[in-house]
Design a protein around this ligand. Structure first.
Ligand SMILES: *Cc1c(COP(=O)(O)O)cnc(C)c1O
Length: 402
């Protein structure tokens, strides 16, 4: 393949190939148009960059280390580096994006922040950024998720967020997104909607990718220092909506020698009916403001997704990834719950790092790749596993000999 790098970048109309765009209701068109018109200029400005970079360094704790995992490397026969987003403040990559978007909101003169959350990770990152900036914050969360993710709910409240349980529909993430969009439509003048993944109407997927692109920017410098060249042979990441993956691959999209392999949530298996493997079983449709791959039935009704990992439990995918899968630039493999659990126990025992269940879907790609011994592999550990300890405990007896 010899496509130029620009073919993987967003086109001026907000599309990646046949995916993307901004499908929003009439009332939101002016707000979306305002964002589209100014987001690049704002985030590329010196004032924005200087404040963003300072906060990433002193508040988030960046650069996150690029760690050469020796024992893991020995097991898989390659030079494996872990990009340690798990060491960020609040325990995952989501804080990079939340801080970037709140700075953008402030620049645009918005005074009120809203967000939605499923597992609570994006809600916690947003509530954290709002506390930091002294801005009021409303977090919509399905009532079922409020029950399931009690600790994150308490965290958001302690940070000062107004957490509103959503009682409509299946009372999960889907319904929380719809309610957040309705709130935004009712208050477009003063409210900024912080979206937590590389999804939603244009410009969100590109905005999120650019804010998360600090990950691959750091990897380039870190690899240069450690390996004498600034690119790996393989990039591995997990993919829910695609924010940590988009940041991990951003600066390598046009470097076709860098193989991109992504793990999506296979759940109990792509044929089981209990899965969130959107790229493997989805078809083109419109979800949450963009044209992308969607898990849907023949009538276009969204199929309820399932994954052991709450952060990957989403029936859509960022439009960039629908395009990368379409063009063959990325290989996206479904990883089952059990493969992810196995990988989590393996990393814990080999390296003393307990990964988030989401990140375990990236680690489970290692046995699926056939590396050469001098291959350089960079794998993004998107978050830490503290939040998943109960799930790990429940399954630990099946993985005693990992
Ligand atoms: C939310 C989350 C993900 C999935 O979201 P992406 O937008 O695909 O990155 C992955 N890992 C962790 C730790 C998360 O919290």
């Amino acid at each position: 393949m010899s496509a130029p790098s620009s073919s993987y970048r967003i086109a001026p109309d907000g599309f990646y190939g046949r995916f993307g765009g901004a499908y929003v209701s009439e009332v939101l068109r002016p707000a979306i148009a305002e964002l589209q018109a100014c987001y690049r200029e704002v985030i590329e400005s010196e004032a924005f960059q200087s404040e963003f970079q300072t906060l990433l360094r002193d508040y988030v704790g960046r650069p996150s280390p690029l760690y050469h995992a020796r024992r893991l490397s020995e097991r898989y026969g390659a030079r494996i580096y872990l990009k340690r987003e798990d060491l960020n403040h609040t325990g995952a990559h989501k804080i990079n994006n939340a801080i970037g978007q709140i700075l953008l909101a402030r620049t645009l003169g918005k005074t009120r922040i809203i967000a939605e959350t499923g597992a609570g990770q994006h809600g916690v990152a947003t509530a954290t950024a709002c506390a930091l900036m002294g801005m009021p914050c409303v977090i919509y969360m399905g009532a079922v998720d409020v029950e399931r993710q009690h600790v994150n709910v308490e965290r958001m409240k302690m940070l000062g967020a107004d957490v509103r349980p959503v009682q409509s529909g299946s009372r999960t993430l889907q319904d929380a997104v719809d309610t957040a969009i309705a709130d935004w439509a009712a208050h477009p003048a003063d409210t900024f909607y912080i979206i937590g993944s590389a999804v939603g109407p244009h410009p969100y997927p590109d905005l999120v990718a650019r804010l998360q692109s600090v990950i691959s920017k750091e990897v380039k410098a870190q690899l240069k220092a450690k390996e004498g060249r600034d690119y790996p042979d393989y990039l591995l990441a997990c993919i829910g909506g695609g924010s940590n993956a988009s940041g991990s691959i951003y600066h390598y999209l046009g470097t076709l020698g860098v193989r991109i392999v992504l793990g999506e949530a296979g759940g109990q298996g792509v044929e089981s009916g209990r899965t969130a493997a959107t790229i493997n079983i989805g078809s083109a449709g419109i979800l949450h403001g963009s044209r992308t791959l969607v898990m849907q039935d023949a009538e276009g009704r969204v199929i309820e997704p399932y994954s052991i990992s709450a952060g990957l439990d989403y029936p859509g995918i960022g439009p960039l990834f629908a395009h990368l899968a379409d063009t063959g630039r990325a290989t996206v493999l479904p990883i089952t719950d059990d493969e992810a659990l196995h990988a989590a126990f393996e990393l814990t025992r080999l390296e003393g790092i307990i990964p988030a269940l989401e990140s375990s879907h990236a680690l489970a790609l290692l046995p699926r790749c056939s590396f050469k011994s001098d291959d350089v592999v960079v794998l993004t550990v998107s978050g830490r596993g503290d939040k998943d300890i109960e799930t790990y405990l429940k399954h630990k007896s099946r993985f005693t000999d990992v």
